[in-house]
Design a protein around this ligand. Structure first.
Ligand code: 6PG
Length: 489
């Protein structure tokens, strides 16, 4: 344990796998990292791991035993990165640290904290002359070690101070670090929350593609080859890449595919649900994410589903390739296009949510910069984010940003091209009983957007009937409200 003073460039509190890997990443880039954990062994382990890297390392990790030692070891203004679990642990650490800090010091929360908590903490620290940075960090253990995507939110002053450290450790995409100052207060954690909402939708859509291919009789090994091939085309992404690897993986004990041995009950830590709650409050539709969260919930009801499967009648969820035009090979191509189409919708919904929240909160979010930083390091990194960055940066032909990503030229043209297969795939899924909640929610959203007249005229009539809520008329100026004396029973 070190007693040295004023030598640390940054401290990390919480040396679990993520914290340790970030410490090593920072040390690789020449920084001296002070490591503190409630379990002293974890901090020492990080120090030892840094030493074990040998002479190639230009920086170091030094373990300390107490918050007071941590504060003494850092050069001011102090930068302290919290890598503890979101929620009460963040407040507990802050309570211990705050009395020891001096004006101008910067505390960074690198966990998946709820953005409203980050706003509260920012205000509390600002009142003491301290900076609080809520930073989304994506990319899992590997990302933390070799280059995550970073989404810091907080004051411009704090960003200027941490920028060199963050740019050094971030992943690179197209020669640029995958980090940008997202905005003030909770903006960084908000954008990370939406990243996770999109992640949920993207993962669910891939799961539905897997289910559709499996229902048509495609085995894991040929399917691994299909996903590997898709990863060389417009669907190229980290999630498609790992899906190919997952499909091919064999279990050492049984020789069977690991995937076939995994229980079909999904876990979730909450960021997807937070996205839905926030979107509902802003009246933004994120139905693909909603379907993804619901799918995880339904998956967790394993025993109930097994029981219901013997009681609820319907088709058996098998697709006979012989009944499909073009057979199995053509089916793979159709599912590819359906996945592409639904993925566009999921991202369109995520970007619309960020655009709305950014406007409402006055965060000044740069959506093109967010799309650019997501091109590397994070879980949803994908080639397709280049297109999103282009679309967000380029004004529409009307000179204003497009109302929805689906309307940007590349996305509009792609949707026009792949919607035939998308409809074909969903029709087949409905006929054969394969559940595809996110793909179908995405299509319903797309079709609602392209409907100049929806059935809401009847809805307004119903509201007026039972509650005299009034309606507007198509043959009268907007803003005038009418009521009909409906025949009551
Ligand atoms: C990331 C991930 C990560 C997330 C996990 C687990 O960007 O690295 O989004 O932050 O916490 O993937 O999330 P769930 O347990 O909710 O699936």
């Amino acid at each position: 344990m070190t007693q040295a003073a004023n030598i640390g460039h940054i401290a990390i509190v919480g040396l679990g796998v993520m914290g340790r890997n970030l410490a090593l990443n920072l040390a690789d880039h020449g920084h001296t990292v002070i490591a503190y954990d409630l379990q002293p062994a974890a901090a020492l382990q990080a120090q030892e791991a840094a030493v074990a890297r040998g002479a190639a390392a230009s920086g170091q990790v030094l373990a300390v035993a107490t918050p007071a030692e941590l504060v003494a070891a850092l050069a001011p203004p102090r930068k302290i990165l919290l890598m503890v679990n979101a929620g009460a642990p963040v407040d507990a650490v802050l309570e211990r640290l705050l009395p020891l800090l001096a004006a101008g010091d910067i505390v960074i929360d690198g966990g998946n904290s709820r953005f409203t908590d980050t706003e509260r903490r920012s205000a509390a620290l600002a009142a003491r002359g301290l900076h609080f940075v809520g930073s989304g960090i994506s990319g899992g253990e590997e990302g933390a070690r070799h280059g995550p995507a970073l989404m810091p939110g907080g004051s411009a002053e704090a960003w200027a101070a941490i920028r060199p450290l963050f740019e050094a450790i971030a992943a690179q995409a197209h020669g640029q670090p995958c980090v940008a100052h997202i905005g003030p207060g909770g903006a960084g954690h908000y954008v990370k929350m939406v990243h996770n909402g999109i992640e949920y939708a993207d993962m669910q859509l891939i799961c539905e593609a897997y289910a559709l291919l499996a229902a048509a009789g495609l085995d894991n090994d040929p399917m691994a080859a299909v996903f590997a091939r898709w990863n060389a085309g417009p669907l190229q992404s980290y999630l498609i890449e790992i899906t190919a690897k997952i499909l091919a993986q064999r279990d050492a004990d049984t020789g069977r595919h690991v995937l076939d041995l995994i229980l079909d009950k999904a876990g979730q830590k909450g960021t997807g649900q937070w996205t839905l709650v926030d979107a509902a409050e802003r009246a933004v539709v994120v139905s693909a994410m909603g379907a993804a969260v619901d799918a995880r919930v339904l998956s967790s009801l394993k025993a109930a589903r097994v029981a219901a499967s013997t009681q609820l009648a319907g088709p058996d969820g098998r697709i006979d390739p012989a009944t499909l035009p073009g057979g199995a090979e053509a089916w793979v191509a159709l599912v590819h296009d359906a996945l592409m189409a639904a993925k566009i919708v999921a991202y369109a919904q995520g970007f619309e949510l960020m655009a709305t929240a950014g406007r409402e909160r006055g965060w000044g979010l740069d959506l093109a910069a967010i799309a650019r930083l997501w091109r590397g390091g994070c879980i949803i990194r994908a080639q397709f984010l280049d297109r999103i960055a282009e679309a967000q940066a380029a004004p529409s032909t009307a000179g204003a940003p497009v109302a929805n990503l689906m309307l940007a030229p590349w996305f509009r043209d792609t949707l026009a091209r792949v919607q035939g297969p998308w409809r074909e795939v969903l029709a087949t899924a409905v006929r054969t009983g394969v559940p595809v909640p996110a793909m179908s929610a995405a299509l319903a959203y797309h079709d609602s957007w392209r409907s100049p007249r929806l059935s809401a005229n009847l809805l307004q009539a119903q509201r007026d009937f039972f509650g005299a809520h009034t309606y507007e008329r198509i043959d009268r100026p907007a803003g005038q409200h009418f009521h009909t004396e409906w025949p009551q029973a």
